[in-house]
Write a protein that binds this ligand. Structure first.
Ligand code: KG4
Ligand code: ZN
Length: 335
């Protein structure tokens, strides 16, 4: 079964063809990073217009790469929630229109569930139930996943998402956008114990997260350094690397500890991770260590499948199709 997946929930315009929920025939991801870089974050109006300009070309390229004609597709899947309303609307409208013209079934996909499914595109041995962590620019959320399509939320961030904190700290340190990969790289040169930043665990046994206090702590610490430093106007490169490493360690500590807490509370066979922050090298290393220590499999998708992509959308759609979960052409984009 051939499914065309479409993803436009934030700032990547993406289309992909996936066969039988596993085999990626093509995956086109057009990033808008350069358009948003000067603003240090995604500007919704710019994102929506850029999706509109590129969506047909991206779909065309996905078909061409897979050597598939539009008429050969069995179904079309699109992310309709959550995301930026203007961005979502472009993908949803394109998908609905194609379904109407081609008389194909439409499958509506939750972006967060698709991030978790990214693991199934690469690993065949996942046994459910599992604890799943989605960590991205917009979300930090733990699920109890009963299978590929059924996910029960256990806890989520009460303020900033982890990726948002990476992006904002990068901005504070005068580095680029998106901040996650930049901090990840810089942190390798720094000492993670150089600065003790706060870790917000919230109440006992809480599976919720909070990252806004950490972000503010980095801001005040950086400003403090700035005023102490009389030779140069800004902290040295080494100090910046130490701040990046110490900040990253604080985020990773909380993410790993909350996963361990969820493992204590729920009887599961493994852990799935997904979303842009799941590409973080320190988080991946710490999860690998934890996996060995607890003798439980922890899966992380490859970097290209951690960040936003339509392959995870087309993949999950196959499972939903088999369950008969077909959407009407009246589905809405839900921000
Ligand atoms: O999943 P994604 O592409 O989009 C959303 O659904 O939000 O995630 C993007 C986020 C950005 O905040 C970016 O800074 C972060 O993921 N990110 C990383 C890394 N790569 C991307 N954060 C930490 N370390 C990384 N290597
Ligand atoms: Zn995402």
């Amino acid at each position: 079964m051939l499914i065309l997946g479409i993803e436009t929930s934030c700032d990547e315009t993406s289309a992909s063809l996936v066969k039988d929920g596993r085999e990626i025939l093509s995956s086109i991801i057009l990033s808008q990073d350069t358009l948003h870089r000067n603003f240090g974050g995604v500007v919704p109006e710019i994102a929506c217009r850029a999706h509109l300009e590129s969506i047909m070309g991206v779909i065309h390229n996905a078909l061409a790469d897979a050597k598939i004609q539009l008429t050969e597709i069995d179904a079309i899947a699109v992310v309709n929630t959550p995301g930026l309303i203007g961005s979502l609307l472009i993908g949803v409208t394109a998908a609905k229109t194609l379904c109407m013209v081609l008389d194909k079934p439409l499958i509506a996909i939750d972006h967060l569930h698709a991030h978790i499914y990214a693991n199934n595109l690469e690993y065949a041995d996942i046994q459910y139930p599992v604890v799943s962590l989605v960590v991205s620019g917009g979300h930090t959320i733990l699920f109890l996943s009963e299978n590929e399509t059924k996910h029960i939320p256990l806890g989520w961030t009460i303020d900033d998402a982890a990726g948002e904190a990476f992006d904002k700290v990068s901005k504070i340190l005068g580095l680029g956008y998106p901040g996650g990969p930049i901090i990840d790289k810089l942190a390798r040169l720094g000492n993670p114990s150089a600065v003790t930043f706060p870790r917000a665990y919230l109440e006992k046994d809480s599976l919720d997260f909070s990252f806004s206090g950490l972000k503010t702590a980095v801001l005040y610490y950086y400003r403090g350094q700035d005023s102490k430093n009389t030779d140069t106007k800004t902290p040295s490169d080494q100090k910046r690397a130490d701040i990046a490493a110490s900040f990253q360690e604080a985020v990773v500590d909380v993410l790993v500890d909350k996963i361990v807490l969820a493992l204590k509370m729920y009887n599961v066979h493994g852990v799935l991770t997904g979303g842009g922050v799941a590409a973080n090298s320190r988080l991946r290393q710490r999860l690998k260590d934890k996996s060995k220590e607890l003798s439980i499999p922890v899966y992380c998708p490859s970097t290209r499948l951690c960040t936003d992509n339509a392959a995870m959308v087309a993949g999950l759609a196959y499972k939903k199709y088999l369950e008969g979960d077909i959407a009407g052409l009246d589905i809405e984009a839900i921000p």
